[in-house]
Design a protein around this ligand. Structure first.
Ligand SMILES: [Zn+2]
Length: 467
């Protein structure tokens, strides 16, 4: 999925090959630095105010690579489950901050579209492609508070929704049909499509406008798109529920735009429990948000990246370039190690630890280690009696998990992939050796210090029911 209008061409290197991308004719170091700064500033603004969804999506693109191998910018979803943001440094510097924000928002929204609209007939229809461009740019103009498309070398770049509407009005009027005003035309994504289909001669999007407009132009593995996008939507939803007003408005608007005439989107929103944002509590089951969150976080922590994969889309792209599609070997599969540490000085409800036991039991290839702790660490097995009642120390957990102390004459000698701590949070903060592996579940009324600690750690409030 790539933005711009500087002509489409077959990618010069494998767009999922990070090293090849970085090696390919690197731009001037100063330009790269400036482009990176613009990208960071844009993402910061998204997170603060403009788009929680885009902010979360890019947070999940672990590799963001300046490269001249593409002309504009693109999000690549490769067959191994990872997402890459590629951007041409000259393109970004030419656009400036406002333009970079527009383009990054546009690309993020395309990814969301790929997740919500999968009907093969729709996707094959060039009018639907144009409708997507119109919808995405209309929303971008509104959300980013713009009156026009970004300029590149003094010229507006991209599909202008107002110009498309003007052409639609002319076409319908010429054929004695009644056009709808712009506000109605752009109401929902399917409405744009439906109105464009009423045209005698619907405009066909210019292929050069967007690399993503051509199947196979950029690797976009559907499974990866679905995983990354639903995770970003869930995180935005959680932010909205915690009082992020911008996230709430964005999600409500996105739901309203995409549910209409699109059963898949309605189902996705339903299973996310997004109806609660509209106050529709009766239609959705009781939702344990922290469980959702933990499944999502653990899912990405424990993602099985070490397997033999055939990257479908990337394979098709390589085949189109005349190369043999190959399987990517991801190394030997290793069992993931998860530590669950249970604060027994606190008031963690029994069903929480029971749920965790069942959850861990359901994750394939996970070796779980259970600990209870107060001022000392006490390993246990699910079902065994758990002791506690003393003061609380997180340091004893870190010391044990990091192999510095013994319990019962034994040292913990495996390296965990994730450490989940269930606690009320009331004990002196700690900084583990690998903070990004630690996940803190804080009981109601507890202290959420890990969220504001330096470095910040994943942290979520555990409630016993739906909030
Ligand atoms: Zn586009």
């Amino acid at each position: 999925m790539a933005y711009g209008e500087r002509g489409r061409r077959v990618p010069v290197v494998d767009l999922a090959d990070r090293r090849a991308l970085e090696r390919y004719r690197p731009a001037d170091a100063g330009v790269i630095e400036e482009a990176r700064r613009l990208k960071e500033a844009a993402l910061l603004d998204f997170g603060l105010t403009e788009s929680a969804v885009a902010s979360w999506l890019y947070a999940k693109c672990h590799h963001q690579i300046p490269t001249t191998a593409i002309d504009t910018a693109a999000v690549v979803a490769s067959g191994d489950g990872s997402c890459l943001l590629l951007y041409n440094p000259d393109f970004f510097v030419g656009l400036g901050l406002d333009g970079v924000k527009f383009v990054l928002f546009h690309e993020a929204r395309h990814l969301v579209h790929r997740h919500l609209f999968t009907d093969p007939e729709l996707r094959a229809d060039p009018v639907f492609e144009l409708a997507c461009e119109v919808s995405v740019n209309h929303v971008a103009l509104v959300r980013l508070g713009r009156t026009r498309l970004p300029l590149l070398n003094g010229r507006p770049t991209g599909v202008d929704p107002r110009e498309v509407h003007d052409a639609y009005v002319r076409d319908l009027t010429a054929h004695g049909l009644e056009p709808v005003p712009y506000e109605v035309f752009t109401e929902t994504d399917m409405r744009v499509y439906g109105e464009l289909k009423r045209m005698h001669r619907p405009p066909v999007p210019e292929r050069r406008l967007c690399v993503h407009l051509r199947e196979g132009g950029v690797p976009a593995d559907q499974e990866t798109v679905d995983a990354v996008t639903s995770s970003a939507l869930l995180n935005s939803l959680l932010a909205a529920r915690r009082g992020h007003a911008g996230a709430e408005r964005e999600l409500l608007d996105l739901m309203d735009r995409t549910e209409d005439g699109n059963a898949r989107a309605a189902r996705i929103w339903g299973s996310l429990g997004a109806g609660t944002l509209r106050g529709e509590t009766t239609r959705t089951r009781t939702v344990h948000w922290w469980q959702r969150w933990l499944v999502d976080v653990l899912g990405s922590r424990l993602r099985d990246g070490e397997r033999l994969v055939y990257p479908k889309k990337r394979g098709a792209l390589l085949a189109a370039l005349g190369q043999d599609p190959v399987l990517s070997r991801r190394g030997p599969v290793r069992e993931k190690v998860l530590v669950v540490a249970y604060d027994t000085s606190g008031s963690m409800p029994d069903h929480v630890i029971q749920w965790l036991t069942r959850l861990v039991g359901r994750i394939d290839g996970v070796e779980a280690h259970w600990l209870s702790f107060d001022a000392v660490v006490m390993p246990f097995r699910p079902g065994e009696r758990v002791y506690g009642g003393g003061g609380t120390s997180f340091q004893v957990v870190a010391d044990y998990v990091e192999g510095r102390t013994e319990v019962g004459g034994r040292r913990f000698d495996v390296t965990p992939d994730a450490v989940v701590v269930l606690t009320d949070g009331y004990a002196p903060p700690v900084t583990p050796a690998e903070p990004d592996k630690w996940i803190w579940l804080i009981t109601e009324g507890g202290s959420e210090w890990p969220e504001t600690h330096t470095p910040a750690m994943d942290c979520h409030r555990v409630t016993t029911g739906s909030r």
